[in-house]
Ligand binder design. Sequence first.
Ligand code: KG4
Ligand code: ZN
Length: 339
Amino acid sequence: MGAAPLLTLFERPILAIETSCDETSAAVVVGRRVLSNIVASQVAMHQKWGGVVPEAAARAHVESILPVISEALTTASLTQSDIGAVAVTNRPGLVGALSVGVTAAKAIAYSLHIPLIGVHHLEGHLMSVLSLDEPPPFPHTSLIVSGGHTELVEIKAPGEYRIVGQTIDDAAGEAFDKGARLLGLGYPGGLSIQNAAIGGNPKRYPLPQGLSGDTIDFSFSGLKTAVLRLTEKEGANLNVADAAASLQETIVNVLTKRTMRAMERLGSDALSLVGGVAANIALRNRLSEACVAFGYTFKTPELAMCTDNAAMIGLAASYRLARGEHDGWDLDVYPNAEL
Ligand code: KG4
Ligand code: ZN
């Protein structure tokens, strides 16, 4: 007899749509298998302004959504009639951006007479680990780090989440993005800091670690001020590689220390790392090493599953649909919504 199945998942192909911020994405998943995961990035457009412009994001989603959905179906070698349900991110995010995805999802589900389900963006990130050949066991702890969120979450089972630690101000991704802007590096900041830090000395410019004491919360806003002061003080003498390496080191160090403290406090023995900042190689390596040292299981999805994508939304929808959950045609968007 084989091992007990990890989870009961929806058996038919799910078309998933994600448009909460600056990536237009559509995917097809069946159970835990990702048949396609197409992402049309708006990065090049937003680079001009150094950040996401909500109006421009919504317009770009309108232009890309149908071609991206077609490509997701073609790549999966399926047609619309093969799809058994439509999943879409409906919370939280930019209201105009979310509306584009939800409107498309409703139209497709309605015309095909199949279930429609709205998914919380953070649940998508948390369930992105289901794409791994060997996902983490439940219960486990997750560090979710993105452009808008930095949270330590105790996951008893899919759908049972308890936030145990979080940032009191900026998210880790914001610290990367704002730091990159101050250092004259490109948007999005995480990847440009990671690239600029190669060969840099991470000990050159000591930066503040935020909250002190025995906490599992985070504070990154002081880091941004410290980088500003550093650029003012050093002026043309600033070594950008060393500054990028110092900033990355500080963020990675704080995230690792607090996460290990949370693991111990919760008595947890498995950790997942998810969200856009989980694509950071230094963070992946540091948390992996720390977990090895403490004897914990460590899981993080492949890079393309960390940054925003629709496959993770399909994976989160899969277990909910299998339980018989779905939404009505009045499904709304919620720019702010708790997990
Ligand atoms: O999850 P995500 O794609 O979108 C949100 O839900 O916010 O996360 C985007 C964040 C941005 O702040 C971006 O700078 C950061 O993820 N990011 C990275 C890396 N790639 C993306 N941060 C550090 N290192 C990276 N390689
Ligand atoms: Zn995200």
